[in-house]
Design a protein around this ligand. Structure first.
Ligand code: ATP
Length: 304
């Protein structure tokens, strides 16, 4: 499979801060990839380097096989970018804003109305942007990023300001683009919504690549425990009978037993042997929040 994005030992040194420090990545085309990391981890810096907006201090960047800082303007039609803080001219209407960006990008202006429709802004197309809510501006930003049918979309915290239904709609649009072969790299701090909607996660930590892979692969690498939630009306009676296991009691009296994935069946058998004192058991695998906490939380203090 062709790589949509390749970076090799990428370094970005700002005057007082090293924002990226030796990141190497190779993302195949047609994937939806979550870019995760704490505030200041280097996510936006990586996106700007991929777009050729800033130059690396060292290392190599290739986007759709090309150096993004050397490509002709026509190549940029293949890239879509939604910045973290999208700012538009307040006095322009939504439609004129999109037409302006279509001209800048050399994209077909006839698609603007379709795009406004697609992001749910058709009704407000003739209104000035100053009358738009935060979510409407964000949707206009997404429409702008979709101009020119990009093969690669870089979206920096795209769901900020969107209500739950619009978030679902937004991810539906991403799925369509992905199905059509586009590659999507999106940063977000809302991990729960990314879990089922992305193919891979890249976790940055203080400018370094902390982890990268499918959620299953990351789960395996982190070797995080499984949590079995034991529902019982008699936690005081049941807890001592789970002697030797790591248990904690939740506020509602539920007992949470944590064990390695490989011990799951043995622990489950012990719980079943407790008989009617246990009314239900729920098995919770480590989710993206757990994986992120393991690999990406907090700065790296390694003394250099
Ligand atoms: P957030 O989640 O808060 O948006 P981020 O992961 O996108 O954070 P970046 O914006 O890439 O982080 O910033 C990484 C580091 O580089 C931060 O310490 C930031 O202060 C620094 N930085 C970013 N841009 C510049 C700049 N133009 N000049 C100097 N330092 C910068």
């Amino acid at each position: 499979m062709t790589a949509a994005l390749q970076v090799e030992t990428l370094v970005k040194q700002y005057p007082r801060h090293r924002a990226l420090d030796g990141v190497t990545l190779d993302l195949p085309a047609g994937m939806c990839v979550a870019l995760l990391g704490h505030n200041g981890a280097g996510k936006t810096t990586l996106m700007k380097l991929l777009l050729g907006l800033i130059r690396p201090t060292a290392g190599r960047v290739r986007v759709l096989g090309e150096d993004p800082a050397q490509v002709p303007p026509a190549f940029r039609r293949q890239l879509g970018f939604l910045p973290e803080n999208v700012v538009f001219h307040d006095e322009l209407t939504g439609r004129d804003t999109l037409l302006f960006y279509a001209r800048l990008k050399g994209a077909d202006p006839r698609r603007c109305i379709d795009l406004l429709e697609r992001v749910g802004l058709a009704q407000a197309a003739a209104e000035r942007v100053k009358t738009y809510s935060k979510g409407m501006r964000q949707r206009l930003g997404l429409a702008q990023a979709l101009l020119g049918q990009p093969r690669l979309l870089l979206l920096d915290e795209p769901t900020t300001g969107l209500d739950p239904l619009l978030r679902q709609e937004f991810y539906r649009i991403l799925q369509e683009l992905r199905a059509a072969g586009a590659t999507v790299l999106l940063s977000s701090h809302v991990l729960t919504e990314l879990e089922a909607r992305t193919d891979q996660a890249v976790i940055l930590r203080s400018g370094r690549l902390a982890a990268w892979g499918t959620l299953d692969a990351l789960r395996q690498r982190a070797d995080l425990p499984v949590c079995l939630r034991v529902v019982t009306a008699d936690p005081d009676g049941v807890e001592p009978r789970l002697d030797g296991l790591s248990t904690t009691r939740a506020i509602d009296g539920t007992l949470e037993v944590r064990c390695p994935v490989t011990d799951k069946m043995a622990v489950l058998r012990r719980i079943v042997q407790l008989g009617p004192a246990v009314t239900d058991v729920e098995i919770r695998l480590p989710d993206l929040n757990d994986v992120y906490r393991h690999f990406g939380h907090g700065p790296v203090f390694d003394g250099d």
